[in-house]
Design a protein around this ligand. Structure first.
Ligand code: PEP
Length: 250
């Protein structure tokens, strides 16, 4: 039975009260389903609070972003050193909302990815095409271009795992998503590219799908043979629905 990696991206949502409630719900499911690993990405300000709340629960934490600098006069930023200091293991890199709203191009994504990896944390790399590219059958080309750019400077031997979230930009928060068989095709293609070019990453590569995952499509998506998990935004914020969705794994 394959292990399913679920990353819940809470984006800019939550309060301490809401987080406490959500963790209670998440705890129920983690105790019941063995072949699942859950990573939560709360807003940065709540990372430490969430960490305290998940004490002794088998849930890991991810940061939604980091700055490129380690310390210094960079008002409003958070560094990889600070994440290390509070015991965070994962960082989301290259999310399309950062690429779009914060103008993070591939060169920034590449620097952040390698900064995380070189400092012993695990980057979760988001890639994906826009709608025009999807319509023009450019998905494979765009995804490989993004991966190639990021990995060209990566010390792949340092990577404990290569986690890639395939997230078509047009599917994020839109209630639209590709057909599960299309997600399978692209996941398989990405894996075979990586295994061909980076043999050392064989069996160390995890492909998640993200983009309007919900209770209706979750099961069909994660049962695809080359899909190892899901990155879930909106649908992870409603505890009851999230539990019903995750229960489908059994
Ligand atoms: C995301 O945040 O990466 C995401 C996939 O969001 P949603 O599930 O809301 O589309």
């Amino acid at each position: 039975m394959k292990k399913i990696l679920i990353l819940t991206n809470w984006k800019l949502n939550g309060t301490k009260k809401k987080i406490k409630k959500l963790i209670k719900k998440y705890k129920n499911i983690i105790d019941k389903i063995k072949n699942i690993k859950i990573i939560i990405a709360p807003p940065l300000i709540y990372l430490d609070y969430t960490k305290k709340k998940i004490n002794k629960i088998n849930i890991k934490l991810a940061a939604q972003n980091i700055d490129l600098h380690l310390s210094g006069a960079y008002t409003g930023e958070t560094s990889i050193m600070m994440l290390k200091d509070i015991g965070i293991k994962y960082v989301i890199i290259g999310h399309s909302e950062r690429r779009i709203y914060h103008n993070e191009k591939n060169n920034i994504v590449e620097k952040k990815f390698n900064l995380v990896n070189n400092n012993g944390l695990i980057p979760i790399l988001c890639i994906g095409e826009n709608y025009a590219e999807y319509q023009n059958n450019q998905t494979k080309k765009i995804c490989i271009k993004q991966i190639k750019f990021i990995l060209k400077k990566t010390k792949t031997k340092l990577l404990k795992k290569l986690i890639i979230a395939y997230e078509p930009i047009w599917a994020i928060g839109t209630n639209k998503s590709p057909e599960p068989r299309e997600i399978q095709k692209i996941s398989k293609y990405i894996k075979s590219y990586i295994y061909k070019k980076h043999k050392e990453l064989y069996n160390k590569t995890i492909i998640q799908y993200g983009g309007s995952v919900n209770i209706n499509n979750f099961h069909e998506i994660i049962k695809q043979p080359d899909v190892d998990g899901a990155l879930i935004g909106n649908a992870s914020l409603n505890g009851k629905n999230f539990i019903s969705m995750i229960k489908q794994i059994r």
